[in-house]
Design a protein. Structure first.
Length: 279
């Protein structure tokens, strides 16, 4: 039954409980999806501008939903972060990415890096280090092939926990990159105290680079800044050869984007990589 006429509180209440219920539903659904194996990873290649070779991959999660089809992370990662499900989901991502990296390395692509996105919440989990150690051991992967991407916003929370986990992982040989650079507010003093070696220029800065000089200048300044901090640069969202050429001129080390390849399922990635080798 509808709320009593004029009773805005009742109405409000009903709305709140309806949306709360649907959030709980969504959580349950994602939890089941994890159990049933409905999640997938797609891998986007990273091109090294100097060698012209694919030097790494970024793992990007998708949900093959039985009714709604293939869902991108924006449809469920925020909810997973909110609910804490990002922790088990994140372990699934790490385990799958390491499994696939092992098979890629064994298949001959033995100098590929794997970049994995990590949420702030995952750093707050005490099992992160032991789990990673176990998975690395299981897969026989040298940790220096692994890279974790952390957003600027996560890093700038200056959490003691994040900092010590980063240092501990850094000791293992794992690398860190600063994702979505330019969208948050970095303190360079804070940045230089963390074991970060790469800076990823957000695709919003790369978009329109060749057509708007102001944008190109901004990206050039960002690359210069990264180099002053002794960081390598990956530009994301590279869609045109003009953008790629400008980035090369500016001295960016790597690019990622539809120009090189979309994120691909493992089988298609293998195909892409073998075609790449023949080219
Ligand atoms: P991100 O880390 O900034 O990832 C880059 C996004 O840009 C990806 O979107 C990718 O598909 C898209 N992209 C790549 N090349 C191009 C291009 O040339 N043009 C344009 N317009 N877009 C491009 P996607 O896969 O939808 O991922 C969205 C975000 O979801 C990611 O942003 C990342 O923050 C998050 N995410 C993805 N997988 C995971 C995960 O396993 N764990 C966590 N915590 N977050 C994840
Ligand atoms: Ca990323
Ligand atoms: Ca990014
Ligand atoms: Ca992003």
């Amino acid at each position: 039954a509808k709320a009593a006429q004029g009773c805005t509180w009742c109405f409000y209440d009903e709305q709140v409980s309806r949306s709360a219920r649907s959030l709980a539903d969504q959580e349950g659904e994602l939890r089941r999806a994890l159990r049933r194996g409905e999640l997938e990873l797609h891998y986007q290649p990273r091109l090294c501008l100097e060698s012209g070779r694919i030097v790494g991959l970024e793992a990007l999660v998708r949900w093959l939903h039985p009714e709604r089809g293939l869902l991108g992370p924006d449809a469920f990662i925020p909810m997973a972060e909110e609910s804490g499900l990002i922790v088990p989901l994140g372990y699934w991502v790490i385990a799958r990415a390491l499994r696939d990296l092992q098979s890629l390395h064994e298949g001959g692509a033995d100098s590929l890096h794997m970049a994995i996105n990590l949420s702030f919440r995952q750093f707050q989990d005490s099992q992160l280090l032991p789990t990673l150690n176990r998975l690395i051991e299981e897969r026989g992967i040298d940790p220096h092939w692994l890279e974790f991407e952390l957003t600027e916003t996560a890093v700038m929370r200056r959490s003691e926990q994040v900092q010590s986990a980063m240092h501990a992982l850094g000791e293992l040989g794992v690398r860190f990159s600063l994702d979505d650079f330019g969208t948050g507010f970095s303190s360079f003093v804070h940045l230089s105290s963390l074991p970060i070696t790469l800076l990823k220029i957000d695709k919003s800065f790369v978009a329109g680079m060749a057509v708007r000089p102001g944008k190109s200048q901004l990206v050039q300044a960002m690359v210069g800044l990264a180099h002053n901090l002794d960081l390598d640069v990956v530009a994301e969202g590279v869609e045109t050869t003009e953008q790629l050429e400008l980035l090369r001129q500016f001295g960016a080390q790597q690019v990622q984007g539809y120009l090189v390849s979309q994120p691909l399922p493992l089988a298609e990635l293998l195909h892409f990589m073998s075609a790449e080798r023949l080219a």
